[in-house]
Design a protein around this ligand. Structure first.
Ligand code: FCB
Length: 437
């Protein structure tokens, strides 16, 4: 099973999950600092204060990436390192860190792919209303502009907002992610402002005169009816609107899906919050779509969800490689042949080093093999997939789960910060070398 020549085999991380160095070089506080330091929010009271200490160990981590043979590395830039309070003159020391990282990638022939926002909103902006405040989208565009000017000559691909849906659902509906609210009406206004932020950043890149490519990073969940009833079919369609079309249609078709707008109602903050011209901004042409696939969703007639497949250690994740094929082919069918990169796909495993020091994560190997095969089949059926980033390069701070779930190709012993390549890492290196399975 060979992949197209030059296929971008990669791995992904995000700033708060790996960097640590929470108070260094002028970094301000983010909503995740506040949230993780609030008792009861994170499993075992873990925080990202130290994480995988990547801020200090980035050179060693770059060498690991080279040893794996990665061709692409998808990371995120921490907004509060660049603007401690979320506005104003950028912090040179923060920019310098990412400059060193990006230069180090090029020295090792690895293409940088930078996400501008992976959830670490400066706390000062949260205090001013966060993503409920339309102004935050404008602040984001200014921050993006500063980053483009500092790093744009060396970053070929930019991603705007990582998984807006997760901020909406986990941050504002279920409340188990920062900022920890439970307000569905606010949540969908937040969705709109995140989409607006995306569009404004796309425009900022175009206005900068730089040549980099840019797109959104969406976690897409293929939705299937749980049974054959007409009710389940209808409920699945609406569920798909909330999970997928809310984000895809606004970016690629310039309109929010009517079924979702109707379901929210004319008095909702979403419907009232959309101003003339917003959808034109949101649908500013992008160069690529980043897809993050983890799980399918099965919907019953009353709109609730059920599980059909075994789950991983993450109870929200059902293991269903076919869903990767379905979502990739569906996006190409419904939204045209925009180039696609997979920016996240992976599995948490209860990894522990054995007596010989090796980490034998056989489950991750078969998970990745099956998902790579599904992606390969999608390419064969016409999906313009250009790269694939495994989540994650390193074990890291898995948000509300703290350090308990391990998602890395590389094991991190947090006490010593020693890195150990897991069996999956060795296997992945061979996949990359052969450019296939
Ligand atoms: C995604 C996030 C990423 C990581 C994986 C497991 O939703 O973007 O940071 O937590 O899930």
């Amino acid at each position: 099973m060979r992949f197209p020549d030059g296929f971008g085999w990669g791995a992904a991380t995000s700033a708060y999950q790996i960097e640590g160095a929470a108070k260094e070089d002028g970094r301000g506080e983010s909503v995740w600092d506040t949230f993780s330091h609030t008792p009861g929010r994170i499993r075992n009271g873990d925080t990202g204060d130290v994480a995988a200490d990547h801020y200090h160990r980035y050179a060693q981590d770059l060498d690991l990436m080279r040893d794996l043979g990665l061709r692409s590395y998808r990371f995120s830039i921490s907004w509060p390192r660049i603007q401690a309070d979320g506005s104003g003159r950028p912090n040179q020391r923060g920019l310098d860190f990412y400059r060193r990282l990006v230069d180090g990638l090029h020295e090792r022939d690895i293409a940088p792919m930078a996400t501008l926002f992976h959830w670490d909103l400066p706390q000062a902006l949260q205090d001013a209303g966060g993503w409920e405040n339309r102004d935050t989208a404008e602040r984001f565009a200014e921050y993006a502009d500063a980053v483009f000017h500092a790093l744009g000559d060396q970053v070929p691909v930019w991603l705007t907002v990582n998984e807006p849906k997760t901020v909406v659902q986990n941050g504002y509906i279920f409340g188990h992610h920062a900022p920890g609210f439970r307000d569905e009406d606010a949540a969908y206004l937040v969705a709109h402002h995140l989409q607006l932020a995306h569009g404004l950043a796309v425009r900022a890149l175009r206005a900068s005169g730089l040549t980099g490519r840019i797109g959104p990073a969406l976690n897409l969940h293929p939705c299937y009816p749980a049974d054959d009833s007409a009710e389940a079919a209808a409920a699945t369609k609406l569920h798909d609107g909330y999970e997928n079309r809310l984000y895809l249609d606004s970016i690629f078709k310039g309109a929010y899906p009517q079924d979702v707008l109707d379901d929210r109602g004319p008095d909702s903050r979403l419907v009232r919050g959309v101003r003339d011209g917003d959808l034109k901004i949101i649908s500013s042409p992008v160069d690529l779509l980043a897809v993050q696939y983890y799980t399918p969703i099965y919907v019953t007639g009353d709109g609730s969800t059920v599980r059909k497949w075994p789950t991983s250690e993450a109870e929200w994740q059902q293991i269903y490689p076919e869903g990767m094929y379905d979502i990739l082919t569906r996006v190409t069918r419904d939204y045209g042949r925009v180039p696609i990169t997979i920016t996240e796909n992976g599995l948490p495993c209860p990894d522990v080093p054995g007596a010989d020091g090796n980490v034998d994560d056989a489950g991750r190997v078969s998970f990745l093999r099956d998902h790579f095969a599904a992606a390969h089949r999608a390419i064969g059926d016409g999906v313009p997939l250009e790269s694939y980033h495994v989540w994650s390069l390193l074990d890291n701070f898995e948000w509300a789960e703290g350090y308990e779930q391990r998602w890395g190709l590389v094991y991190v012993d947090y006490a010593s910060q020693r890195r150990v390549l897991k069996r999956s890492a060795h296997w992945y290196r061979d996949v990359i070398r052969r450019n296939g399975l």
